[in-house]
Design a protein around this ligand. Structure first.
Ligand code: WTA
Length: 646
């Protein structure tokens, strides 16, 4: 089938902030003169003390280091709030829609948000929290979550948000890793009509975290939950605090937040972002990628538990004075029209969502979309995983009625914000391609020997030079940061993604090439799921790989060897599924568990994951070289007993 190209619509070519020629000129300058380009770009922020240095970065081992605007000082909450007060204090900053459509929405102006943030910042201070202290957030999608993030930023505390779908164990690990003394949570969360026992999960987690002295609990549902005397306090106490809290003067390189993400090895990494570069990157990408103008209603449907929520629900939009829609619920409850009803209710102009949700909605049929109006929509966005051309076309044709460009943005927790992305007024679109690099981003494709591929080709995606939004370290383990991202290939940042570049210089992300899988846009390390399985007393060994999944993008395929005395049966399968959900959370639920008397290993005892991946992908025609296997019959057994074929 011939590849379709969607040219930039006329009105976008004429009216957008950046057109095709503008993109060329600005991109060239951004890579030829990064000092000049970023020195100017950073003027979009209010600095307390202006910087004189712009870029101090090296990816080489000898002088490795990443610093941007490093002698400047600023406060990101002041940039997101205070500086809008004079001109647009009464503009709505957060437009919140509850899980249940019957519950009234909330519209919080910049002035109100500023006051709420100051009060909560003062409440944190009253608990002895200040500069550099870590604060763990385990909260539902409510405006108070944004308030808490900005309050931390205001006083220089470092927030660490843990997605509210994670289990008590996963939460405990993340609290301990960064030594938080305080946890912010709610009595319960609400999603799709279901209650999530957040406070109970925190209580369970804290039995393993002796360092936590304080829990501040928001009453979301009013459930009757026990409070621990001397430790737990009510969020409502913030109301008694002063609405005046001067923003702390932070160095551009002071930490802003930690966000745990999965890598190819063992435990999740605490990705650390700092203040100045992240602020410049998220504000600038938000403005240009979404062609954002003040006054427009913008909705990013991501949860604040993931980086997309950090950068494009809270920081980016608020720094640009946007009205940012925040949604507590799910796309298909009470019915599959929910997203588009919210679009109509608030007259949303820009909608940014994940392919997995689109695929799920697509399956429900067009009527759920068609019966809503959506005439307010001008631009659509996609993030988190590759969007297959079929879902892209449905999004374009049915949701956007052919009139809205789609910005398919490729980026990562580590990159802070969008890296390879169309600009709606500049980039002709190809369904399934994230298109071209954003300003300052220098992608390259390397073959497995590290040789750069010129022109069209397929390889490992690396980024050749630093950009302001780049992560700065892994919390508590700078060596792991260097080892993970800068040693596979010397002198460049390794993304972990495979990628193809076509004749037009368009980038097509082909997915992870390490042991990370992307399930419903949630990133998961296969090693984490394996260690959860192996922790079960009946399991001897486990190997986890991805498998294609119509809705989730990738599903989780686990090969499990049980202890000798155990009979693997359906009951054990159910037990293991429940176990993994408890250990990590429902997002890690295995789709397939295949019991096997043994796993394929090399003679030196290494599991041959390549073979397991092929079985997971149902691509068993050519398993490649199996001659190094200690016992080739193991593979025959696996092939003969694949559960998804029976
Ligand atoms: C994948 C989410 C294709 C990719 C912002 C990356 C994508 C990982 C896209 C990061 C996209 C993200 N097209 N793949 N538009 N966006 N990915 O850290 O594999 O949760 O490495 O950040 O998601 O996931 P993370």
């Amino acid at each position: 089938m011939a590849e379709s190209i969607y040219p930039v619509p006329q009105q976008w070519a004429e009216g957008a902030l950046i057109d095709a020629a503008g993109y060329q000129t600005m991109y060239r300058r951004s890579v030829e003169d990064p000092e000049g380009f970023w020195g100017e770009a950073a003027q979009r922020l209010d600095w307390i003390r202006p910087f004189t240095r712009v870029k101090d970065t090296s990816f080489d081992e000898a002088d490795f280091g990443i610093a941007w605007f490093s002698d400047g000082t600023l406060n990101i909450s002041a940039n997101a709030l205070d500086r809008h007060l004079a001109e647009r204090g009464d503009t709505v900053a957060i437009l919140w829609e509850a899980d249940d459509p019957a519950e009234p929405h909330r519209a919080i102006t910049y002035r109100e948000l500023h006051a709420d943030v100051c009060r909560f910042a003062n409440l944190l201070k009253a608990q002895g929290i200040g500069r550099g202290d870590r604060v763990t957030l385990y909260l539902p999608m409510v405006p108070e979550a944004a308030v808490a993030m900005l309050a931390c930023a205001r006083i220089g505390a470092i927030h660490s948000i843990v997605f509210a779908g994670f289990s008590p164990d996963a939460l405990a690990g993340r609290i301990r890793d960064c030594d938080s003394r305080i946890v912010l949570t709610a009595d319960e969360g609400l999603r799709g009509g279901k209650r999530i026992p957040l406070k109970a999960n925190v209580d369970a987690a804290l039995t393993h975290c002796i360092g936590v002295e304080r829990v501040i609990m928001l009453r979301r549902t009013g459930a009757d939950v026990p409070m621990v005397e001397g430790r737990d306090i009510d969020w409502a106490e913030a109301a008694n605090q002063s609405a005046d809290c001067a923003p702390a003067e932070m160095n551009a390189e002071d930490p802003l937040f930690i966000l745990y993400t999965s890598g190819s090895t063992g435990k999740p990494k605490g990705v650390l972002h700092t203040t100045g570069g992240y602020a410049v990157w998220t504000a600038m990408t938000h403005e240009y990628v979404f062609d954002y103008r003040p006054g427009q209603i913008y909705w990013c449907a991501a949860d604040i538990g993931w980086v997309t929520g950090h950068s494009y629900v809270v920081y980016g939009p608020l720094m640009n004075g946007a009205t940012s829609v925040m949604f507590e619920g799910v796309p298909n409850w009470p019915d599959p029209s929910r997203f588009w009803q919210v679009v109509d209710k608030f007259k949303v102009e820009i909608f940014y969502g994940a392919p997995t949700a689109l695929r799920a909605l697509m399956r429900e049929g067009d009527d759920w979309v068609a019966k809503t109006d959506r005439s307010s929509l001008r631009l659509l966005g996609s993030v988190g995983e590759p969007i297959n051309p079929e879902a892209w076309s449905w999004y374009h044709r049915v949701v956007g009625e052919g009139r809205c460009p789609i910005v398919d943005t490729w980026w990562q927790t580590e990159t802070g914000g969008a890296m390879i992305t169309p600009l709606p007024g500049a980039t002709p679109l190809k369904p399934g391609s994230a298109t071209k690099p954003f300003f300052g981003v220098q992608p390259a494709l390397l073959d497995t020997d590290g040789k750069e591929i010129e022109g069209a080709g397929d390889g490992c995606l690396v980024i050749k030079d630093s950009w302001p939004g780049q992560m700065r370290t892994v919390w508590g383990d700078h060596d792991r940061f260097f080892q993970t991202y800068f040693t596979t290939f010397k002198g460049v940042y390794f993304t972990g993604d495979g990628c193809r570049r076509d004749e037009d210089g368009y980038y097509w992300i082909t997915g992870r090439i390490d042991d990370v899988i992307n399930v419903s846009g949630h990133r998961m390390g296969t090693a984490e799921i394996e260690s959860a399985l192996v922790a079960h007393h009946k399991v001897a060994e486990a190997a986890v790989v991805g498998m294609p999944h119509d809705i989730k993008g990738q599903g989780i395929y686990a090969f499990v060897t049980t202890n000798a005395e155990v009979t693997p049966d359906a009951a054990l399968r159910a037990e293991l599924i429940k176990w993994v959900r408890q250990e990590i959370g429902p997002i890690a639920t295995p789709d397939v568990i295949q019991f096997a008397p043994a796993l394929p290993k090399t003679r030196s005892g290494k599991i041959m994951r390549r073979i397991l991946r092929k079985i997971g992908e149902n691509d068993v025609g050519n398993l490649g070289d199996t001659s190094t296997l200690a016992d080739p019959s193991v593979v025959d057994h696996l092939l003969a007993n694949r559960p998804h074929l029976t």
